[in-house]
Design a protein around this ligand. Structure first.
Ligand SMILES: Cc1ncc(COP(=O)(O)O)c(C=O)c1O
Length: 427
């Protein structure tokens, strides 16, 4: 961004939206609120990750393995399994720790499910590959995470949107659909600080997901807990463990939970994990073991040592993240409230964690707003991105990702967004 931000943000002298828009145009901006990326100051919190081996040159895991060498198998280091198990209330035996991207692990699991099936308790003869069905369908609560939808598209899986409420997926709709159609093999969920609305699933939604009757005996919940420890305040909302809910409901095999340190340490250079029943974990460990001799143990060891040793442990580390990004979420709220509050032109979420704010304009406006913002150099996530096949039926949803830009940039971006909404509404 080349022009001075403060000049534009403090000026009240231009009364019309068109004049404010012209002012933004003149600033020759390059501003992106498109993707949920940490800012550089957040990355700086983890620079000592690289120091984990500096002095000691000790690459030995707690079971005596030299992490520089191949042996170890597909499950990940014991200390890493313990570390991530705690985060999602699992046992270490219920966790497999992988490499740098939970998204890749999700795609991997789905691909294996298509080719080999998933464990089905009590079904003799083993698993039936999902791909043997005439069609494979996945329920997608909307708005949702665009990359989940890309995974499905890339594998030819049909996506069925279901509404996401403030408590989680609309369980009446979900229960009706899964009870009727054996080709519906799974549902995507981001149970904590959902991308993009920031909602947290209620206990009753967790219980309903865990206990509902499904026509497919090999139905699975893909619970992407990407924001498991990414709270914005000190009293995070409680969330029932979906693993526990499935066990209680007598469906222990039903859920896969995923997570990573992409937004804890370095994005794309961290460690990911999957938690599920031991039956599931052993099944997928065997398949993963055919793809690689084992995951990057050096990175796993470095992560466990670093995150266990930082002041306040993982909790303290995540509080320092929150201190850096909370003001940005506050600016989003304050500018939107000042510009759009009471106008009836938009509603937006006020998340208590995660990386996004979800804004809904009046129907039929989102694509035009995103296009107009682009004209003055503000890139927002593409309209419709939070919906399967990029089709937002109401053309109203816009995802705001405020973490990466500076505070001044977030303020300016929100002013631009608000002005664009007002201009489109006037038209
Ligand atoms: C819900 C959700 N899942 C997964 C990811 C990506 O995770 P990873 O870097 O572990 O692949 C993101 C990143 O924005 C996300 O929002």
């Amino acid at each position: 961004m080349r022009a001075a931000v403060s000049e534009a943000t403090t000026s009240d002298s231009l009364p019309t939206f068109a004049e404010r828009f012209a002012r933004f145009e003149a600033m020759d901006l390059t501003l992106s609120m498109a993707r949920g990326q940490p800012c550089s100051e957040q990355f700086d919190l983890s620079n000592d990750l690289w120091a984990a081996f500096d002095e000691s040159c000790d690459y030995q895991a707690e079971n005596g393995l030299d992490c520089r060498n191949y042996p170890g198998g597909p499950y990940g280091l014991p200390e890493a399994r313990k570390f991530f198990a705690k985060i999602v209330s699992a046992t270490p035996e219920e966790v497999i720790v992988g490499d740098n991207a939970s998204l890749q692990m999700m795609q991997n699991v789905i691909t294996w499910a298509l080719l080999r099936g998933v464990p089905v308790p009590g079904v003799s003869g083993g698993e039936r590959p999902w791909a043997k069905e005439e069609a494979v369908k996945i329920l997608c609560p909307v708005p949702g995470y665009d990359r989940h939808f890309t995974v499905c598209e890339s594998l030819g899986i049909e996506m069925i949107p279901v509404p996401l409420t403030a408590e989680g997926p609309d369980m009446e709709v979900v229960a009706r659909l899964v009870a009727a159609d054996p080709q519906i093999k799974a549902i995507w969920c981001v149970p904590r600080y959902s991308n993009p609305t920031g909602i947290v699933y209620s206990d009753s939604v967790m219980d309903a997901l865990a206990s509902m009757g499904t026509a497919a005996p090999d139905f699975r919940i893909f619970a992407d807990d990407a924001y498991a420890v990414h709270h914005l305040d000190d009293s995070p909302p409680p969330m029932k463990s979906i693993l526990a809910a499935c066990k209680e409901a007598g469906n222990p095999e039903r859920v896969f939970v995923f997570g990573s340190t992409s937004k804890v340490t370095f994005a794309g250079a961290g460690v990911c994990f999957m938690a599920a029943s031991k039956v599931n974990i052993d099944y997928f460990a065997k398949l993963f073991g055919t793809q690689s001799i084992g995951p990057n143990k050096v990175n796993q060891l470095r992560h466990v040592r670093f995150l266990s040793g930082v002041p306040g442990g993982l909790k303290g580390h995540m509080q320092r993240h929150a201190d850096l990004i909370r003001p940005k979420f506050e600016v989003v709220e304050n500018v939107l409230a000042a510009e759009l509050g009471g106008t009836g032109l938009a509603t937006w979420t006020k998340p208590r964690g995660g990386y996004f704010v979800s804004l809904d304009t009046k129907p039929g406006m989102a694509s035009q707003v995103v296009a107009l913002a682009k004209e003055v150099g503000l890139t927002l996530t593409g309209a419709g991105a939070a919906f399967p096949y990029r089709k937002d039926p109401a053309d109203c949803n816009i995802r705001i990702a405020p973490t990466r830009p500076s505070l001044d940039e977030v303020r300016l971006a929100m002013e631009i967004l608000a002005v664009c909404i007002k201009m489109v509404a006037e038209e």
